[in-house]
Design a binder for this molecule. Structure first.
Ligand code: GTP
Length: 307
C-alpha cells in the first residue's frame, strides 16, 4: 500500500548542515552522541587542523541533519592559530544553520565571549543552546540567555541537558523544520560508514600538518577513496592528499618520498590503534588547482565519501 492509499501525507524531505560551535568542554560530543543516537562521533579531536568535520548525522521526522564540527574557533594566539580560526569560520559560513553551544555553568567567559564576537560577522541563522542546565538555577539561565541574546539576535534559544536529554526533543523538532527542503545528502544505509572514512582522512591530514604545517596551505585536503575489509581481518585504506600546486606536492612527498612515508606510518599507527585491526594505508598525492577557492568544496567533502 502506498502512503497515498494509506491516507498518510508524504511530507517533503529536508536536509542540511548544522555547524556546531562552542568552547572546549561545552558538551558538543555528548550532545551529538545523544542526537545521533549512536556513538558515531568516536573521537574528540586532539589537534585543531580541521576545517569542517562531520560529527554525526541524525534523522528526525523527514529531515536529515548533518552536524559539522568547526574546531579552532577560539582566540587566536599565534600566526598559525589565526589561519585556523579563519578556516574554522569559513566552515561555519557554509552551513545552513549555526548552533552555538554554551556550558551554562561557565557562562560567557573566555572563549564563549570571543565566539560570540566572531558570530556577529556570520550571516547564517543562529540558535543558542545552553547546555548543562541540570547544574544551573533557572533564573541564572534566563540571565545568561538574555546576555547572549543582547550580543546577537538568535533565532531561538534552547535550554538542554545533553547528559539527561531534557530539552533535546524540542531542539531536534526545531532543527528538522528549520533546514531547507531537499533530498538527503547521504543514503541512509551508508551513514554508519561515513564517519570512519572521514575520521581516517582527518587523521592523515593531522599527520600531514604536524610534519609540514608551515609549508603547506590550509586548503590541503585528504579524502578516503577506498575502504576494503579483508578476509584476514585487516583493512586496506586508500587516500588521496589534494594540494594546489606541484611545488606543494614536492614538499609533501619529501626527498625520495621520505616525508609522505613518515606521514603514512604515523597515520597507519594511529588508525590501527583506533580500529583495533591491522591497517594497510596507501597515500596518493594529487594536485587539484583552485581547490581552495571552490565554493562547493565543503559539500563535496561530505559527498565524496559516499561515492
Ligand atoms: N552535568 C552535565 N555535564 C555535561 C552535560 N553535557 C556534557 N557534560 C559533560 O561535560 C564534559 C565535556 O563534554 P564533551 O561532550 O566532551 O564536550 P566537547 O564540547 O565535545 O569538548 P571538546 O571536544 O573538548 O571541545 C563531559 O564531562 C560531559 O560529561 C550536561 O548536560 N550536564
Amino acid at each position: 500500500m502506498t502512503d497515498a492509499e494509506n491516507g498518510a501525507e508524504t511530507a517533503a524531505t529536508r536536509s542540511g548542515f548544522v555547524a556546531l560551535i562552542g568552547p572546549t568542554n561545552a558538551g558538543k560530543s555528548t550532545l551529538v552522541n545523544r542526537l545521533v543516537g549512536a556513538k558515531v562521533s568516536i573521537v574528540s579531536h586532539k589537534v585543531q587542523t580541521t576545517r569542517a568535520t562531520l560529527r554525526g548525522i541524525a534523522i528526525h521526522d523527514n529531515a536529515q541533519i548533518v552536524f559539522m564540527d568547526t574546531p579552532g574557533i577560539f582566540k587566536p594566539r599565534r600566526r598559525l592559530d589565526r589561519a585556523m580560526v579563519l578556516a574554522a569560520w569559513s566552515g561555519a559560513r557554509d552551513a545552513d544553520l549555526i548552533m552555538l553551544l554554551v556550558d551554562a555553568e561557565r557562562g560567557l567567559k573566555g572563549d564563549a565571549e570571543a565566539i560570540l564576537e566572531g558570530l556577529k560577522e556570520v550571516r547564517q541563522p543562529k540558535i543558542l543552546v545552553l547546555n548543562k542546565i541540570d547544574r544551573v538555577r533557572h533564573e541564572d539561565l534566563l540571565k545568561l540567555a538574555a546576555a547572549a541574546n543582547e550580543a546577537i539576535g538568535f533565532e531561538q534559544t534552547f535550554m538542554i541537558s545533553a547528559t539527561n536529554g531534557s530539552g533535546c526533543d524540542d531542539l531536534m523538532d526545531y532543527l528538522a523544520k528549520a533546514l531547507p527542503e531537499g533530498p538527503w545528502y547521504y543514503p541512509e544505509d551508508q551513514i554508519s560508514d561515513l564517519p570512519m572514512r572521514q575520521l581516517a582522512a582527518e587523521i592523515t591530514r593531522e599527520k600531514l600538518f604536524l610534519r609540514l604545517h608551515q609549508e603547506l596551505p590550509y586548503s590541503a585536503h585528504v579524502e578516503t577513496e577506498k575502504w576494503e575489509e579483508r578476509k584476514d581481518g585487516s583493512v586496506r585504506i586508500e587516500q588521496v592528499v589534494y594540494l594546489e600546486r606541484d611545488s606543494q606536492k614536492k614538499i609533501a612527498l619529501g626527498k625520495g618520498g621520505e616525508a609522505i612515508k613518515s606521514i603514512s606510518m604515523a597515520a597507519r599507527k594511529e588508525l590501527s590503534e583506533i580500529l583495533e585491526q591491522k591497517v594497510h594505508l596507501f597515500l596518493f598525492v594529487k594536485v587539484r588547482e583552485n581547490w581552495g577557492d571552490d565554493p562547493e568544496r565543503y559539500r563535496e567533502m561530505g559527498l565524496d565519501y559516499s561515492q
